[in-house]
Design a protein around this ligand. Structure first.
Ligand SMILES: Cc1cc2nc3c(=O)[nH]c(=O)nc-3n(C[C@H](O)[C@H](O)[C@H](O)COP(=O)(O)OP(=O)(O)OC[C@H]3O[C@@H](n4cnc5c(N)ncnc54)[C@H](O)[C@@H]3O)c2cc1C
Length: 339
């Protein structure tokens, strides 16, 4: 039986989606930029689906409804909002409008329960989450997560052979999901969408240059865990991991250990951009923003356009800078922009 507040939330959600659809149509009509018009049209296509799902949910749950209630929330059965134009860049912007208006529901199948919370710093945490039985994914993919009525996309750190799902999350000041996740504790339950998009390993290239800032390392850890687990051979992964402070390099020990165990497969470089600050005392690794090291690395490691695929994942500033750098030489680049 749905609560009054769920029913009220669903009615408001449906009204909100329909009103937004109208507003988007008006904005589209008065728009002179082709690219903005196309973007608005793409977002507009999602709204009728969202409204319809709300209305269907209401039809099942309103007092006197005869249809049986669905087993999952209206959005988990068909996650919406991910724009995957090429599969190489993912944009979360369209999920904002309904994230707080759709009623929360149980994860489809078992799973979603938080098994472990580990705080790396006050702003960085690792969550290990029970994997739903029917949850399939490819290393490097991401998933929409709902908690406390907010929904955001997070990359999976775990690899498909692992029994749990793992996330490495940065809590950003004033962020809506960040506020929710700062409170999360073991035993709480996340609602998980399906795995989507992501930075997938492309075996056609012998060399893979993976550039990350902080949590942008996640898809690369997933890919490397998968590759090593399968006992694959024949590729080399050059992982460059940037952060302001040494405490922010989540998975540094794991990656350094993998590189040490498989020097033929993996080279790991970590860098801090604020080497003179007290928090970086004792740091003996590379210094400087990770994007400023890319050109020199490509050249010194002998990586060429023909034999190397470049990936960049994390903060938008780094991605823009790496894009500018590698585009000068026509390297193929896959990006995932966290914002
Ligand atoms: C494909 C994809 C995968 C992602 N994977 C991860 C992941 O594995 N781990 C992870 O921590 N995040 C990841 N993100 C980012 C995540 O989806 C959220 O955007 C992030 O958690 C902030 O959400 P929020 O609701 O707390 O902030 P919001 O309420 O959405 O934003 C609040 C403010 O914070 C700013 N902001 C948003 N993100 C950042 C940021 N990273 N750094 C600084 N300021 C920011 C916004 O511009 C805004 O001004 C991913 C995003 C995408 C698109």
């Amino acid at each position: 039986m749905a609560s009054d507040s769920d029913l009220s939330g669903a009615r408001q959600g449906a009204q909100h989606s329909l009103a937004e659809q109208d507003a988007l149509s008006q904005r589209q009509a008065g728009c002179s930029s082709d690219s903005l018009r196309a973007t608005l049209a793409g977002i507009g296509q999602l709204k009728p689906r969202q409204a319809r799902r709300m209305l269907e949910w209401l039809a099942r749950h309103e007092p006197g409804a005869s249809a049986p209630p669905p087993t999952s929330s209206p959005f988990t059965s068909d996650p919406v909002g991910t724009v995957e134009s090429t599969g190489e860049t993912t944009d979360d912007s369209s999920e904002e409008s309904t994230a707080n208006t759709e009623p929360a529901g149980p994860t489809s199948g078992e799973g979603g329960e938080i098994l472990e919370r580990r705080d790396i710093t006050p702003e960085l945490l690792v969550l290990k989450v029970a994997r739903p039985e029917d949850f399939d994914y490819v290393a490097g993919q991401s998933v929409k997560v709902e908690f406390g009525g907010v929904r955001r996309t997070y990359s999976l750190v775990s690899a498909p052979h692992e029994p749990f799902l793992e996330f490495f999350i940065e809590l950003v000041p004033g962020g809506r999901m960040s506020q929710q996740l700062s409170q999360v504790k073991e035993g709480d339950r996340l609602v998980l969408g399906k795995a989507r998009g992501g930075l997938r390993f492309d075996e056609r290239y012998p060399n893979h240059l993976m550039v990350a800032t902080v949590t942008g390392i996640n898809p690369f850890v997933s890919i490397l865990r998968d590759y090593v687990h399968k006992g694959s051979q024949g590729h080399h992964f050059h992982v460059m991991h940037g952060a302001s402070y040494q405490s922010e390099h989540g998975y540094r020990e794991e990656l350094a250990a993998m590189a040490s165990a498989h020097p033929d497969l993996i080279t790991y470089t970590a860098t801090v951009s604020r080497p003179d600050e007290a928090a970086n005392e004792g740091w003996t690794g590379q210094t400087g923003r990770v994007n400023t090291l890319v050109a020199e690395y490509l050249s010194s490691a002998g990586l060429t356009v023909d034999n190397t695929l470049v990936y960049a994942c994390g903060h938008s500033g780094m991605i823009d800078a790496v894009t500018g750098e590698v585009e000068k030489s026509d390297f193929r680049l896959k990006t995932e922009n966290y914002g």
